[in-house]
Design a protein around this ligand. Structure first.
Ligand code: CU
Length: 68
């Protein structure tokens, strides 16, 4: 199990937080996703045999936000 923190840009409200959270949780292999609007971060735990950091980033970008 991998645990990472992504920097997320573009979130402005709780709805954005939910959108990013759901986008991450919908990635197969993601166990938990904890998104902070204030810190502009997403803490994610995932099974690295099922998904990758690159796929997590793509899910955030597909939802309309930027990953740093
Ligand atoms: Cu929003």
């Amino acid at each position: 199990m991998e645990r990472i923190t992504l920097g997320i840009k573009g979130m402005t409200c709780d709805h954005c937080v939910m959108t990013v959270t759901n986008a991450l949780k919908n990635v197969d292999g993601v166990k938990t996703a904890s998104v902070s609007l204030n810190q502009e971060t997403a803490k994610v735990t995932y099974d690295d045999t099922k998904t990758s950091l690159e796929q997590l980033k793509q899910a955030v970008v597909a939802a309309g936000y930027k990953v740093e």
